[in-house]
Design a protein around this ligand. Structure first.
Ligand code: 0PR
Length: 384
């Protein structure tokens, strides 16, 4: 019911406190299966200060737009590109939609088809439906990376592009992007890399010595990358990233907005009015943490995931789906459904909907939380 008279701020806040009390919070240490985390205090402060900035009307907020460009520039450089073209957007979903939209518009094919791994995120289903692009699913190999031979077999005259994943949603697997890049070049097709999760993990993990395939713009076939600061970037929701190698991709999805304060501007994003504060927070976190800061966050997360995987292997009735590649560990058990139910009943924020439980070592996940979880898991598995 729309209230006739307003309540006091205190009353409103108290009511919200009560209404949100069923939510699990990151600081409880109980959320083990999410790709989000509690944002960094500096990023929260930046959002608070610049909450009113709207990048949908950059003529009003000229400075913020420059900061967005700088943020895109720094992310591009991290991904091996001197100058990239893109935006800080609402998340990986919007970023993926923009990439598919660019590929479709450039291809100008009547019956557009996109080839993507069977492990791709469901955001591509939305892209497919909205853009009228048929999804052609490529098989996975035994290690859950995409079968590049099957990708090649599925290329037709209607193919508008190929998708590879650097950090799959379920298992954190990195596809053989170098092989996909070669294939894309051979057939003159653009390759989009969905590094929504892995983009802010892989560059640092590689520096730490983890053996992970190359995945970024250093590979010439890669034309666009999704990289989400609201996952491992410590930035508040919403903050996704889309970077294109060439300006023409951005131009292919830009529409004119002729009446805005900056005169005629071009907009490529799905959202019109959009939060400048998010872009500023991305910029602030990169400036504040730097490569070394992110590397330390990733070091902790990777070490924790290796330790956790080795602990899981010691529990009878529990098996790893595969050895972890990034900071994601997924496991199965006998009687998985019952085990999941009981773990949830004990307050753990996990899910087994894919046929296994996915644990993501986000910055809020500490060893003591995992130890408590393992303790419960041992008990639950034994009971069922
Ligand atoms: N691409 C990949 C590889 C992803 O894993 C995701 C999200 C996306 C794209 C889409 O990103 P947005 O959700 O930012 O649009 N994957 C997470 C998942 O499905 C999203 C998520 C995050 C789910 C936190 C739950 C959660 O608690 O697991």
């Amino acid at each position: 019911m729309f209230p006739r008279r307003g309540a006091s701020e205190k009353e409103v806040l108290e009511e919200l406190e009560e209404k949100t009390s069923p939510d699990l919070t990151f600081d409880s240490g109980r959320i083990l299966g999410s790709m989000c985390t509690y944002p960094h205090p500096l990023a929260i402060e930046v959002v608070r200060r610049y909450i009113d900035r709207n990048l949908g009307d950059p003529g009003l907020h000229v400075g913020s737009q420059r900061v967005e460009d700088e943020a895109v520039g720094m992310l591009s450089e991290l991904l091996g590109l001197k100058r990239g073209y893109g935006h800080i957007v609402s998340g990986g979903t919007e970023a993926n939609i923009l990439a598919v939209r660019a590929f479709r518009n450039i291809a100008k094919t009547e019956n557009p088809e996109l080839i993507l791994p069977a492990s791709a995120h469901f955001s591509f289903l939305k892209a497919s439906e909205m853009l009228g692009v048929k999804l052609v699913w490529a098989k996975l190999r035994e290690d859950y990376s995409v079968d590049v031979k099957d990708v090649e077999a599925k290329i037709t005259d209607n193919t508008i592009g190929i998708v590879g994943i650097a950090g799959t949603t379920g298992l954190g697997v990195v596809d053989d992007i170098p092989a996909l890049s070669d294939l894309a070049l051979e057939y003159g097709l653009p390759l989009h890399v969905d590094a929504a999760f892995g983009g802010l993990v892989i560059p640092f993990a590689k520096k730490l010595g983890y053996k992970i395939p190359d995945f970024d713009f250093r590979l010439k076939g890669v034309k666009s990358i999704t990289i989400d600061p609201h996952k491992m970037g410590m930035v508040p929701i919403p903050a996704g990233g889309i970077i294109f190698r060439e300006k023409r991709f951005l131009e292919a999805i830009s529409v004119p907005a002729p009446y805005l304060a900056g005169g005629k501007v071009w907009q490529a994003t799905i959202t019109g009015t959009r939060p400048g504060a998010s872009a500023l927070a991305v910029w602030a976190m990169i400036k504040h943490l730097g490569f070394e800061g992110y590397k330390e966050i990733v070091r902790r997360a990777m070490e924790l995931s290796r330790w956790f995987a080795s602990e899981l292997k010691r529990i009878p009735g529990v098996y790893l789906i595969r050895e972890p590649v990034l900071n994601i560990v997924s496991f199965g058990t006998e009687n998985l459904k019952e085990v999941e139910e009981e773990l949830k009943r004990r307050g753990w924020g996990i899910s087994a909907h894919r046929g296994y439980v996915r644990i993501v070592m986000m910055p809020h996940v500490k060893k003591e939380h995992l130890e408590a979880f393992l303790e419960d898991l041992r008990g639950v598995v034994k009971a069922f």
